[in-house]
Design a protein around this ligand. Structure first.
Ligand code: NI
Length: 268
């Protein structure tokens, strides 16, 4: 496991940027080259709830860096469970980790996913580079399509493996933009597609969190039997409000996150 938080997030960012060309472009549009420091509100990771790759195994990497457990979230329709982790350092990105509750899925999906993770070891999952190590299994296109038909989440995870599913810009820290709607307008003016599921701005000041995201980039992926273009990762934007005690809200809003998951949907 990494002992340097910045080193871990830099590696995660490099890997994410390699498969998400729009992230670097948006970074530039937000003023990264004119000295605007882009602070990450959070990153998100996905996994299956099977040993040795369950949510807790991924979380170990962050607990080792001084993170502590935050809220938990249930996504019944998508058969997902998630937890967030936060760090005492307010500049440290929050971490949102979800897992697919495979036992609620069809026997076919369960069998396919068990085959994918069957060769994985605890040592691999604990390795420094695990969180940005990508796919650990061989995958044919037909299996990908079948997983995707039942669960967009399962299809994405089977194809992409372990890496940041998205990075999220903290709008609170941007000097030239104040609202999520401003960001959405900037994205559209620059020909990016904003995820409109549940509305372009998800959440409200009453929820203490407003979010939006691009739709995932589409990039070529090698399957065992072909190479084809599928959704990779997306970029998210979050604006947090203060709780009555004056502290910024640190949690997530399940109803909003539910729609954000759809940013990687293959069928648009
Ligand atoms: Ni997110």
């Amino acid at each position: 496991m990494h002992t340097d938080r910045n080193a871990l997030f830099e590696k995660l960012w490099q890997d994410y940027r390699n498969v998400t060309p729009s992230a670097a472009q948006i970074h530039r549009i937000l003023g990264a080259e004119e000295g605007q420091v882009i602070i990450n509100d959070h990153i998100a990771l996905r996994t299956f709830n099977l040993p040795p790759v369950g949510l807790d195994a991924l979380a170990e990497h962050f607990l080792a860096l001084g993170y502590r457990e935050g809220g938990e979230y249930h996504f019944k329709g998508k058969k997902l469970y998630a937890r967030h982790y936060e760090h005492p350092d307010p500049e440290a990105p929050r971490v949102f980790i979800s897992e697919l509750l495979t036992e609620q899925c069809s026997p076919e999906l369960q069998a396919a996913v068990k085959t994918l993770v069957a060769g994985m070891t605890q040592e691999q999952v604990a390795a420094d580079d695990f969180l940005y190590s990508g796919r650990h299994w061989d995958l044919d296109y037909d299996t990908y399509r079948k997983l995707l038909e039942e669960s967009e989440y399962a299809g994405w995870l089977a194809a992409w493996g372990y890496r940041a599913n998205h990075f999220t810009v903290s709008v609170n820290h941007l000097q030239h933009f104040e609202t999520v709607a401003d960001i959405n307008q900037l994205l559209k003016d620059n020909s990016f597609t904003v995820n409109a599921s549940g509305g372009e701005v998800k959440g409200s000041p009453e929820d203490l969190l407003e979010q939006s995201s691009t739709m995932a980039d589409r990039v070529p992926v090698k399957f065992r039997d072909r190479e084809t273009t599928i959704p990779s990762c997306f970029y998210e934007f979050a604006l947090r409000y203060k709780k009555p005690d004056g502290q910024l809200y640190n949690g997530f809003v399940a109803a909003s996150a539910d729609k954000i998951f759809e940013s990687t949907n293959a069928s648009m």
